[in-house]
Design a protein around this ligand. Structure first.
Ligand code: FNR
Length: 382
């Protein structure tokens, strides 16, 4: 494998390694991908202040997130079907996160089940929940998450209905259902023999982990997307969050907020955290980037709960930018999925090491030595 110098190198390596439909699924956003691009450009436009002649010989990137000591204030975001990027992929990524001293979040719609992932690591993981119609299923899932020792629940609320992803239609992942869609995907997989052997053959079984009971024995990707459309519950309101609150006694983080009023509602409900997120530009296209939305939200609730942010983070500099805009912690999305696709656990480990060293440089050159010192003060245009 060519050596990756940055998260964006891993994107290129992932493009060469994955079947077309899978790369497009990970890489793409919704509609015209305006928000997907904004997440990146707005974050890159955040100018840091260059400071000199301060003693930056001892940099400390450690922090505490939801009561857990972490090596840096970063966690792996939930990525549905990430387990298809590499053989038993979520287990590999969770191991890399554990070794790097940061939390791993398992999606409701992971390829590997909660049991398989937690059996593969010693550190607790975070579990991400989507609200589906069947409350009995949800109750069981939350019980499994508790029994598996998950130490935070990330409840995603920006998926009341799915945004349209044109790339998935073009690639044959969505839209072309039945034998034709499956044939297109098989053809694309055959053009990536490394993946086909490692994941397609040796990575079996492909059971779509936690939602298998909803799929009633069906295992095709078509079945999976249809099942998600049928089972996601668009009628959920803040009142339904009481259900989750009652079923989940541990730290609760509401993911997918972009508005200060919604952030206040989450704080009023007693959530321990929120994730300022637009689902990586995969839901309502044209909404604000997270970098643009973040300062108003931290201004509204930053002193009441832990504020995480995600969207477009591809380097340690980006992590520092999000922290400077007021986040307490940062979730990495596509970046880890690319690294996993390119080089499995080793790739995710390397990516996290890169991120940490880039953070150290950014901290040294902005003149700060501790995470708590990163704030509006390090912004050139606060
Ligand atoms: C996601 N995201 C996501 N979020 C979630 O709560 N549950 C999920 O299952 C998924 N699945 C998923 C799949 C893929 C392929 C992507 C790219 C994203 C959103 C994810 O957690 C995070 O919010 C974004 O990925 C952050 O943006 P970046 O870092 O990818 O730009």
């Amino acid at each position: 494998m060519a050596r990756a110098a940055s998260a964006l190198d891993y994107r290129e390596l992932a493009r060469r390694r994955l079947p077309h439909f899978l790369f497009e699924y990970i890489d793409g956003g919704s509609y015209d991908e305006v928000t997907l691009r904004r997440n990146r450009t707005d974050l890159q436009d955040v100018a840091l202040r260059q400071r000199v002649l301060r003693d930056v010989s001892a940099i400390d990137t450690s922090a505490t997130l939801l009561g857990r000591a972490v090596r840096m204030p970063v966690a792996l975001a939930p990525i549905g079907l990430a387990g298809l990027a590499a053989r038993r992929g979520e287990v590999q990524a969770a191991r890399a996160a554990e070794a790097a001293g940061v939390p791993f979040t398992l999606s409701t719609v992971s390829a590997c089940s909660l049991g398989e992932v937690t059996a593969g690591v010693n550190a607790p993981i975070w579990f991400q929940l989507y609200m589906v119609r069947d409350r009995g299923f949800l109750r069981d899932l939350l019980a499994q998450a508790r029994e598996a020792g998950c130490d935070a629940l990330i409840f995603t609320v920006d998926m009341a209905v799915p945004g349209s992803r044109y790339r998935d239609v073009r690639s044959g992942l969505a839209g072309a259902s039945g034998p034709l869609g499956a044939a297109r995907r098989t053809f694309q997989a055959m053009q990536r023999p490394g993946w086909a052997w490692d994941v397609g053959v040796r990575g079996r079984p492909h059971q779509l982990g936690n939602v298998a009971p909803l799929l009633a024995g069906r295992t095709g990707l078509d079945d999976f997307f249809r099942c998600m459309r049928e089972n996601f519950d668009p009628s959920v309101t803040w009142r339904d969050l009481e259900f989750v609150r009652n079923e989940w006694p541990g730290p609760l983080v509401i993911k997918g907020l972009l508005d200060a009023d919604d952030a206040r509602a989450a704080a009023d409900l007693g959530a321990q955290g929120i994730v300022v997120s637009n689902h990586g530009g995969r839901q309502l296209d044209g909404v604000l980037s997270t970098a643009a939305a973040l300062p108003a939200i931290t201004g509204a609730v930053g002193d009441r709960l832990t504020v995480f942010a995600d969207g477009g983070v591809r380097s340690g500099l980006d992590v520092v930018r999000m922290l400077a805009l007021g986040a307490d912690g940062v979730l990495l999305g596509r970046a880890w999925a690319y690294a996993l696709a390119a080089a499995g656990q080793r790739g995710v480990t390397h990516l996290l090491n890169l991120l940490e060293s880039e953070m150290r440089v950014a901290m040294a050159l902005t003149g700060v030595t501790r995470i708590g010192e990163i704030g509006p003060d390090v912004l050139a245009r606060p």
